[in-house]
Design a protein. Structure first.
Length: 249
């Protein structure tokens, strides 16, 4: 299948986990992919043997103009954008310092905001439509006890709706995915105790999800064939975890 033949996709935070799986999924479906991450070594390792172009950049800190220029040189005009990059710090409200607040909001909101604006502006000028996807979180509406992270994801969830409204007349669709517990470098294999806890919380088979589960839904939401009349949606990929309350001890 080549859902994305002759389309260029950008995936941020692509060196690990969900971003890596999304990049591979889009290539398998025919897209030219530019994988963006600040971890050059992990990028090279993840995409050493394949057609994916790699772009070492820190979306949160580097110049958006320079990043957009580099993306254009590697892949040409962008049709699909996956804003996957995101970080967290282990702080509550009372012990969070301004520097950590800024780090999280720059990575999760500000950086993606201005990268999306630059690429969407080009999509509008080319008048060929496009699709934009944000990887949000169930914590855009469920307490995590890391309020800076949750607030940044809540902002992303509302930004998706605002952009869907504003860019829809140009044929640009904007959607989000909110993953649950997904195995990754940041979410290692669960301990026996965590396995037992998940068995009761995750309604589909009681196990944590895989990055490939998110990548499959990302492909569907980016596809005009399968989701051409879908915009402003925030789709949970969580095995039903969001149906219960798990954040409190």
């Amino acid at each position: 299948m080549e859902w994305f033949s002759r389309k260029t996709a950008v995936v941020t935070g692509a060196a690990h986990g969900i971003g890596r799986s999304v990049a591979h999924q889009l290539v398998e479906l025919g897209a030219r992919v530019v994988a963006v991450d600040r971890d050059r070594d992990a990028l090279a390792s993840a995409f050493a043997h394949g057609p994916i172009a790699i772009c070492r950049a820190d979306v949160a800190a580097d110049s958006t103009d320079d990043l957009v220029r580099a993306i254009g040189e590697l892949g040409g005009p962008v049709d699909l954008l996956v804003n996957n990059v995101g970080i967290d710090t282990a702080h509550g409200f009372l012990d969070l310092e301004p520097s950590d607040f800024d780090r999280v909001f720059n990575a999760n909101l500000r950086g993606p905001w201005f990268l999306t604006r630059a690429l969407a502006d080009d999509m509008v000028r080319r008048a060929n439509g496009g699709a934009i996807l944000f990887i949000s979180s169930l914590h855009d509406h469920i307490v995590r006890r890391r309020p800076h992270y949750s607030a940044s994801k809540a902002a992303v969830a509302m930004l998706v709706r605002e952009l869907a409204f504003e860019l829809g007349p140009y044929g640009i669709r904007v959607n989000a995915i909110s993953p649950g517990v997904i195995a990754s470098a940041a979410v290692p294999e669960p301990t026996p105790e965590e396995t037992e806890r998940l068995r009761h919380l995750v309604r589909l088979r009681g196990v944590q999800g895989r990055a490939e589960d998110v990548a499959s839904m990302a492909a569907v939401l980016l596809s005009d064939r399968w989701s051409g009349y879908v915009t402003g949606a925030n789709v949970p990929v969580d095995g039903g975890l969001g149906l219960v309350t798990w954040s409190q001890p």
